[in-house]
Ligand binder design. Structure first.
Ligand code: ADP
Length: 141
């Protein structure tokens, strides 16, 4: 077991549909602690960085458009094995293939409109927490 902090983005679909509380309840019920939370409109620059691994895909402009269709809420979640356990709660990228009981299986629409982002490794969590939170914005309590 490893104590970790993961970077979550509640995506525009979750914010627009008023499902932030439901998604956060699942994370809190699983025992994760909120260390930071911030509502943001994502710029082209931050999205190009965050989705650099998809920049050459034909659907990249569509992802940017979706991610800018409403604000997102960036959340830092801390707990034991937070990175893999949060992704297990979320389910696979394609919501239509996600099992019922997972966040994407219950609330997601498709491959793109899938409720939330969550860091996929300790290395990406470290980079993503820096990307979305400034020094001093992750709080101890
Ligand atoms: P994940 O978010 O599950 O880690 P990826 O890093 O592969 O998945 O993709 C980032 C995001 O880009 C996905 O969550 C989804 O919103 C979008 N995306 C990925 N693949 C596709 C695709 N084939 N068509 C449309 N959108 C996609």
């Amino acid at each position: 077991m490893s104590h970790q902090t993961s970077l979550i983005l509640l995506k525009p679909d979750t914010v627009s549909k008023g499902r932030c509380g439901e998604v956060m309840k699942r994370f809190e019920d699983a025992g994760f602690k909120i260390r930071g939370a911030k509502m943001m409109k994502l710029s082209n620059e931050i999205l190009a960085e965050h989705y650099a691994h998809l920049a050459d895909k034909p659907f990249f402009p569509t992802i940017v458009e979706f991610m800018q269709s409403a604000p997102v809420i960036a959340v830092a979640l801390e707990g034991e094995d937070a990175i893999s356990r949060v992704r297990d709660l979320l389910g696979p990228t394609d919501s239509t293939k996600a099992e019922k009981g997972t966040i994407r299986g219950d609330l997601g629409e498709d491959m793109m409109i899938n409720c939330a982002h969550a860091s996929d490794s300790p290395e990406s969590a470290a980079a993503e927490l820096k990307r979305f939170f400034n020094e001093g914005e992750l709080l101890d309590y």
